[in-house]
Design a protein around this ligand. Structure first.
Ligand code: ZN
Ligand code: ZN
Length: 408
């Protein structure tokens, strides 16, 4: 009999932490934060035998070092996730200090975690704590992993899931399992076809630049920056990237075997001007397009570039990522204003949103789940999970709450 408990991320998007126990052995999948202000943490750590990481977004890893203050479990991830986690965690300490929130862990805690890290490859089964465990690509960002645990029965945890191909990655492939623990960020909502979104983004970029303006693409460092690079690199304009996305691109280049085409990504990057340091930043706006963090416009070079272009009606801010409540990006989308250095300003630039989500939409989730054909579905990582019920009425479905233990 399996026992399952969510330490976070059951009825909400973010701070995922899933405890799975069978035959006295207990594993944890992810331990993240909700990057609100202040950041929200999952329930406190409990003793586990091993930890399995789905991917290196902060809502899945942002609290992991806290675990290593009291416990010392083995931790498993793909080498891509392991390589990209460290800069993300270090940067999160920097951001919390900058924003004046208490930092709950230190660099030493991060290093302690790395002392117990084992890297794994997609498709290779390991035996641990009585489980046979197989990682597979989740299609969400490079290195992202669905973990399949096999003991008396099989249970698969998707983490964040994307099932279509993008320019950067192949979509996740369904697998038969008895119990499926699946994210549901986009329950009740579908996306416009990705290729159509990319086309309209390229058209809008052309229009702005031919009209004498510049385009700022605020972008997450991990995954989105690189997909945007792949989406626009062949346009006949000068394109630059700035911020932590450059560091992550470098990790992607040096961790082969995860992208749809390592060679294609290298070719795209060769067309991009990487902004390194303050001096280059002075002249960065000589470029026509700048792809830069922060993706939600809470600081980062992107905000600096927008500040310089504020009154330029010819220029544009094109948003492509989900904007969390309380962020500058969300405020821009809802009210057309931004907070810059404590003042509220209204950019005269054009603002538009292009839906390039890396989460499966409603219909894609339904298709994926039916292909996995589980006896039991556990929905998490969603605020509107009940919207999944109608299309899956033939299945046993559990909608757990944080902290509630249940078994099957
Ligand atoms: Zn994610
Ligand atoms: Zn997530």
């Amino acid at each position: 009999m399996y026992k399952v408990k969510f330490l976070g991320g059951a009825q909400e998007v973010g701070r995922l932490g899933i405890l799975i126990e069978e035959k006295g052995k207990r594993v944890l999948i992810d331990y993240g934060v909700i990057p609100e202000k202040p950041p929200l943490y999952p329930l406190p750590p409990e003793k586990v035998d091993s930890i399995f990481v789905t991917h290196s977004h902060l809502d899945h890893i942002g609290a992991l070092p806290i675990f290593y203050q009291d416990f010392n479990p083995n931790i498993f991830a793909t080498d891509m996730t392991a390589n990209s986690m460290r800069p993300m965690l270090r940067d999160s300490i920097k951001v919390m200090n900058l924003e004046g929130y208490p930092v709950r862990f230190t660099q030493d805690d991060i290093e302690k975690l790395y002392g117990n890290m084992t890297t794994v490859k997609y498709g290779e089964t390991i035996e641990k704590d009585g489980f046979r465990i197989t990682p597979q690509s989740a299609g969400h960002i490079p290195g992202s992993t669905m973990w399949r645990f096999e003991n008396s029965s099989s249970i698969m945890v998707t983490g964040d899931l994307y099932t279509s191909d993008s320019l950067l990655l192949k979509g996740a492939e369904a697998q038969k399992c008895d119990t499926l623990i699946v994210e549901s960020t986009y329950a009740g909502k579908n996306h416009v076809d990705r290729e159509a979104v990319r086309k309209s983004l390229r058209e809008s970029i052309k229009e702005v630049i031919e009209g004498g303006g510049k385009v700022i693409l605020p972008s997450f460092a991990m995954g989105r920056t690189q997909e945007l690079v792949m989406s626009v690199y062949d346009l006949p304009y000068n394109i630059a990237t700035d911020g932590m996305g450059n560091l992550i691109s470098n990790i992607y280049m040096h961790t082969p075997g995860y992208l749809r085409s390592d060679k294609g990504f290298r070719k795209a990057l060769a067309n991009i001007n990487e902004i390194k340091g303050r001096n280059m930043r002075e002249t960065a706006l000589d470029n026509d397009i700048i792809i830069s963090t922060s993706g939600m416009l809470d600081g980062g070079p992107a905000l600096g570039y927008i500040e310089k272009l504020l009154d330029d009606k010819k220029s544009a801010i094109f948003m492509t990522g989900y904007q969390v409540e309380g962020t500058n990006g969300r405020q821009l989308m809802e009210t057309g204003t931004l907070n810059i250095a404590g003042a509220q300003v209204r950019p005269k630039m054009k603002v538009e949103f292009f839906d390039m989500s890396a989460h499966a939409g409603h219909d894609d989730l339904v298709t994926f789940i039916k292909q996995c054909n589980p006896d039991r579905i556990i929905f998490c990582h969603g605020e509107q999970r009940e919207k999944m019920l109608e299309d899956l009425s033939n299945y046993e479905i559990i909608l757990p709450m944080n902290g509630e233990e249940f078994s099957f």
